[in-house]
Design a protein around this ligand. Structure first.
Ligand code: 1CP
Length: 346
């Protein structure tokens, strides 16, 4: 049953299953380095985490792409790796390289971080949500997020980003009980964190599973679908109306089972997915979001025009949110984003 009203932002209407002539649009990583106003504030903050944990600056960065482009949704400016911090793990970012954590690879280390755990470190992020909510235009929806347990665990175990998620895979193969304990902690804290975001004013939440594509069938059931379902159920127990978007990037033909198994309200699609498959087997179950290739947005030109048309052609007859298949690249020209918005809204 469709219970939406026309006062609701277009993004939320699409998530509720409405088919809109002009799809709502936002972009993953829309607050980021391709924007000069972001780079300016980022420089002032000195560090990425300094920006994330300053509610005034983080709110400003969240709002920058809304002011400049009028996207249909804002996404909270934070990172998926603040959850390991709440779990007691030390986190820092190496300039020009990426995140670093003290790896958790045995039971003794897990006990050590447990002693440091506390969700209070995320209070400034929740304050950012309140501030953004207070200054967002009524027609703009507000998205909160967390990382999915599998993806977050890959960083907690390896202590950094990895090309093949090898350390996490080695741990679940050698000591599945310990890996399960790590997953359980991520699930519990992610539920509390998403509920706190919803309490403070986000309209929807997205669960980013960036490394879902590296799991085989059985591991996908166990480490992606099962823990994600626990988050969905846990959030809905406290927020029955919460709209939850799953993004199991790279999961391809496993996505229909992910949708049925987790109970998410909508699903993000990577750029590589077969669009006819996604329309017939996924959009027939839930609204979809995606899947323009960020590389094509960066390249621009006639290929960009063709791809925008192809994405709209594939998904336009069903409930759909225009987005990229992954985050916007830092060297994307702003003119290409302007062109994308004009084309989607024409
Ligand atoms: O120096 C900088 O400015 C840091 C770049 C940056 C930014 C802008 C990082 C470091 N994180 C973010 C913000 C961020 N990260 C958002 C904000 C909202 C938005 O505008 O979309 C979100 C939703 C994320 C989520 C995130 N962080 C994911 C999942 C989505 C994805 O991109 O796959 C992952 C895997 C991370 C970890 C992370 N944080 C930052 C980097 C460079 C990485 C990847 C590290 C790696 O795998 O090596």
């Amino acid at each position: 049953m469709n219970t939406t009203t026309h006062d609701e932002p277009a993004f939320l209407r699409a998530l509720s299953g409405e088919v809109l002539a002009t799809p709502p649009i936002w972009m993953m990583r829309q607050a980021g380095r391709y924007l000069p106003e972001y780079r300016e504030l980022r420089a002032k903050a000195g560090s990425f985490l300094g920006l994330c944990y300053n509610p005034e600056w983080a709110a400003e960065v969240t709002l920058q792409p809304i002011r400049r482009f009028g996207f249909d949704a804002a996404i909270l400016f934070s990172d998926i790796l603040v959850v390991p911090q709440a779990l007691g793990q030390k986190l820092w970012f190496v300039e020009g390289e990426g995140p670093r954590l003290e790896p958790v690879a045995d039971a003794a280390r897990l006990a050590e971080i447990d002693a440091q755990a506390g969700i209070g470190v995320l209070d400034p992020v929740i304050e950012t949500v309140r501030r953004v909510k207070a200054s967002l235009p009524r027609e703009t929806a507000f998205i909160g997020f967390c990382g999915a347990p599998w993806t977050v665990a890959t960083y907690m175990v390896a202590g950094r980003g990895t090309p093949d998620q090898g350390p996490a895979k080695a741990l679940f193969a050698q000591d599945p009980a310990l890996f399960q304990q790590i997953i359980d902690r991520i699930v519990a804290t992610s539920i509390d964190y998403l509920c706190a975001q919803l309490d403070a004013g986000v309209d929807a939440v997205q669960i980013f599973d960036s490394w879902a594509g590296s799991l085989g069938r059985e591991d996908f059931e166990r480490w992606c679908i099962a823990p994600t379902k626990r988050i969905v159920d846990g959030v809905r127990a406290r927020h029955p109306q919460a709209r939850i978007i799953g993004f199991p990037r790279g999961a391809g033909t496993f996505i229909p089972d992910y949708v049925r198994g987790t109970g998410v309200d909508a699903v993000g699609l990577e750029s590589e997915i077969d669009r006819a498959f996604a329309r017939d087997e996924i959009q027939s179950l839930v609204p979809v979001q995606g899947n323009l290739d960020p590389l094509i947005l960066r390249a621009g030109g006639p290929e960009l025009e063709r791809e925008i048309a192809a994405v709209r052609e594939a998904f336009g007859a069903g409930p759909y949110v225009f987005n990229l298949g992954h985050g916007i690249l830092p060297d994307t020209p702003i003119a290409h984003v302007e062109r994308l918005l004009a084309a989607v809204r024409s």
